[in-house]
Design a protein around this ligand. Structure first.
Ligand code: BYC
Length: 314
């Protein structure tokens, strides 16, 4: 088939809402966009282990510690599925991790904020995982098959994470006045960064239009942001906590909650590497990667020995 015919076949698959699979021809830019988004997503899962991992040794009970450890392990698993999905596009995980460590690939802005109290673990589960699910459920219908399929399992686990965050905050909110205040403080600090996780406003988003045409993204950043606000406001009421935005108000005409403007300068700064914890997060990841070199070498040596034994037996 010539180039034009391949392109027509690709477009027909997208228009029919079929999945593009690794063996299929795809335009270079489609492949590049997917590698960019999937690797950023994988890095976010892995860097996202740090803020909550910070509280594993200080969880207030054995039950809370076990739940938190399981959640952080789930995030490592999500990172692995996503690196595998990226590898189907012809890149190596090691290459992507080197780019992250060199500061040449991004991860989500949200993980550059500190976790100052135990209530932050609840706020991350409720708000950050809530935002993540809102963004990721449409990705289960992404046009690239391996990414869409990875998202199905990730979303199931994220839903569970969101519930545990809500339950944690619910317990604190109905606890002592000090516990209630701690929960409120965490929500006050995590609300705006969570609203900004959806990315720049539609007018400034560079990739949305093309990604929607390719059915990688199904909704724009602002559409998903609105969906998140609509879902979260009633949940805050159930929790007995307030959201730090005086402009939140039900708009009968729109059928949505109105809400205030994000601090887009802050988002730009955090994305550019100048958030409260950017340097710390990356330095920690680089150190963990270097300290894990012997594990990768041992695993490779074991695999070589196993392959040699198998070929000698054949
Ligand atoms: N942070 O044109 P735009 C999780 C970048 S982890 C940093 O709108 P796009 C979880 C963007 O990459 C959550 N950078 O881009 C884990 C682009 O820069 P480049 C992670 C951001 O791709 C543990 C530029 O700004 N989820 O779930 O159309 C515990 C212009 O933006 C951000 C995903 O990664 C940001 N917030 O849309 C709990 C989901 N926003 O690449 C939870 C998959 C934008 O040109 N990703 N940028 O240098 C996506 O859905 C999309 O990539 C985004 C951005 C909506 C994030």
């Amino acid at each position: 088939m010539d180039g034009a015919a391949l392109e027509r076949e690709f477009k027909a698959l997208i228009e029919a809402d079929s999945r593009i699979e690794p063996r299929d021809w795809m335009p270079d830019e489609y492949r590049k966009t997917l590698v960019r988004q999937i690797s950023q997503h994988a890095h976010s899962e892995i860097i996202g282990m740090q803020p909550e991992g910070n509280w594993i040794t200080r969880a207030p009970s054995l039950r809370r510690k076990a739940i938190l450890m399981a959640k952080v392990q789930d995030e490592a698993g999500h990172g692995l599925y996503l690196y595998c999905a990226a590898e189907t596009l012809g890149v190596e995980r090691a290459e992507l991790i080197d780019l992250l460590n060199a500061g040449k690939q991004k991860y989500s802005s949200i993980f550059n904020y500190p976790t100052l109290t135990w209530a932050d673990v609840g706020a991350i589960g409720w708000l950050v995982d809530g935002a993540a699910i809102t963004n990721q459920i449409p990705l289960t219908r992404c046009s690239y098959g391996p990414y869409a399929r990875a998202m199905v399992r990730v979303c199931k686990e994220e839903s569970f994470h969101q519930r545990q965050g809500f339950e944690l905050l619910y317990a604190l909110s109905r606890g002592t006045p000090e516990q209630h205040a701690m929960a409120q403080d965490a929500v006050d600090r995590w609300w705006w960064p969570s609203v900004m996780m959806f990315g720049p406003p539609d007018g400034e988003s560079v990739h949305t239009e093309q990604s929607m045409a390719w059915r990688i993204k199904r909704f724009s950043n602002d559409e998903l942001r609105q969906r998140f606000v609509d879902m979260t406001v009633p949940q805050a009421e159930m929790l007995g906590l307030t959201l730090p935005d005086p402009q939140i108000r039900w708009n009968e005409d729109r059928g949505h909650y109105d809400f205030g403007e994000c601090d887009w300068d802050e988002l730009r700064r955090v994305i550019a590497g100048d958030g409260p914890c950017n340097r710390q997060r990356l330095a920690h990841h680089v150190q963990a990667h270097e300290e894990g070199a012997w594990v990768r070498e041992a695993a490779a040596a074991h695999a070589r020995k196993h392959a040699a034994t198998a070929s000698a037996a054949a």
